[in-house]
Ligand binder design. Structure first.
Ligand code: PLP
Length: 423
């Protein structure tokens, strides 16, 4: 049976629980703009799937992919490595701090979570310690596989299935909008300290530098540095999920760069390939990797995917890194992000808006209710700006190629949408 858009056979992810109910169909994208089937162009305030960091249709990325398609599409990673993957992992070792030198390439952020947690748990076996407890934020989102989903305590990820190992969730001590104060920082650190002290020694603490899907919560400055110290005191590994924040989103190359720390394990996806092809990476320290190849019992990496580190995706990622440097996208994210936040902060005077927060090119506008959030999101689309709404929080995370004119347009049109709904 054939289906028209109104009787679609496509089951969209997470629907109907988080779907922004509309019949929109995007058919084309260029730079920082997308076009729908009716010919309307919109400023892309969601960067594709929060991943189009270099904008859409970038000629250098299309050229890099085409060149690699012609040279070598992909090859069995168990039989041979290939140049794009070797180059990418060497470059990651250069831009990541400290001993973070060993990278596994995968396809998605969820796979990166899966691999990171399994590596962390196996690491403790390798060194003869029986640790398997993992601590995360309750409002974390680390992905959608069975294991990754268990790490989150968000309402839409909760399932009736039992976790495969003990997972302790740390709740925020205050509402997201109150998390920027020093008292909240102390209370948050105290909660992680309690979680580390209670129960058997933790294998790992896994956090995002900014809680993306958990309400776009900007964590207090210095929190990650204090968490690093806590993990060191308790011997727990610190896993940073940079799937959303990595590659410039927060105005620094990585979210943890704001605190100048070095995690033990880093997960990356989304911006790594600018959303052009599926790609993810897990980088671990040389001392963690060493326990997997140590004689006499070589544990090895018991994880991998057919298309993990796909040659074309890796070639694109290498060009993403070139573009980020040439077009100064991390700097642009910081500059345009600050301007966008500044402009949108004025909306806090509206009775519908309870908070505006952000870091780099991720800005969250919190509304007084999910209904207001949905109405403002729909009005913003009408005005020509795409945003994403979840449970009353509207997220604006445009490509890092955003220009000053785009920023001004986003502020004006989004502000107009708030006014339209308020009146
Ligand atoms: C912080 C974070 N981790 C992990 C994931 C999962 O990535 P994927 O959707 O590629 O599986 C996401 C996706 O939004 C994310 O934001």
């Amino acid at each position: 049976m054939h289906s028209s858009p109104s009787t679609s056979s496509l089951w969209r992810p997470w629907t109907p629980i988080t779907q922004q109910a509309n019949s929109m169909r995007i058919v084309e994208a260029r730079g920082n703009r997308v076009r729908d089937a009716d010919g309307n162009w919109y400023l892309d305030g969601v960067s594709g799937v929060l991943n189009a960091s270099c904008g859409h249709g970038h000629p250098r990325l299309i050229e890099a992919a085409s060149r690699q398609f012609r040279q070598l599409v992909h090859y069995d990673p168990m039989v041979s490595s290939h140049d794009p993957a070797e180059t990418l992992t060497a470059r990651l070792a250069e831009i990541l701090p400290g001993e973070l030198n060993e990278t596994v390439l995968l396809n998605s952020g969820s796979e990166a979570t899966e691999a990171a947690v399994r590596i962390a748990l196996q690491y403790w076996r390798n060194i003869g310690e029986d640790r398997n407890r993992v601590i995360t934020f309750e409002a974390a989102y680390h992905g959608t596989t069975y294991l990754a989903q268990q790490l989150s305590g968000l309402p839409f990820t909760v399932s009736e299935w039992v976790p495969p190992f003990p997972i302790d969730h740390v709740a925020l001590p205050a509402a997201a909008r109150a998390m920027r104060t020093e008292e909240s920082a102390d209370a948050l650190v105290a909660r992680f300290a309690r979680a580390l002290e209670a129960g058997p020694p933790a294998a790992a603490v896994m956090v995002e530098p900014l809680l993306g899907l958990g309400g776009c919560v900007v964590l207090p400055a210095g929190f990650l540095a204090r968490l690093r110290t806590l993990c060191d005191q308790h011997g727990a590994l610190l896993i940073l999920d940079e799937v959303f924040c990595g590659f410039g989103r927060t105005g620094r190359m990585f979210g943890f760069d704001h605190d100048g720390i070095t995690p033990d394990i880093v997960t990356m996806s989304k911006g790594i390939s600018g959303g052009y092809l599926p790609l993810a990476a897990v980088t671990v320290t040389s001392s963690i990797k060493e326990t997997f190849v140590r004689e006499p019992v070589v544990q090895g990496l018991r994880y991998g995917h057919t298309t993990g580190g796909h040659a074309v995706a890796a070639a694109v990622a290498n060009t993403v890194l070139d573009i980020m440097a040439d077009e100064k996208l991390v700097e642009n994210s910081a500059t345009q992000g600050a301007a966008l936040l500044d402009g949108l902060r004025k909306l806090e005077s509206s009775p519908l808006i309870t908070d505006v927060r952000g870091l780099g090119l991720v800005v969250a506008v919190e509304t007084d209710s999910p209904e207001s959030g949905a109405a403002i999101t729909a009005a913003a689309v009408e005005a020509g700006v795409m945003t994403r709404h979840e449970r009353g929080v509207i997220r604006i995370a445009p490509p890092l190629t955003l220009t000053a004119d785009d920023t001004a347009e986003a502020i004006e049109k989004f502000g107009g949408a708030v006014d339209a709904v308020a009146s």
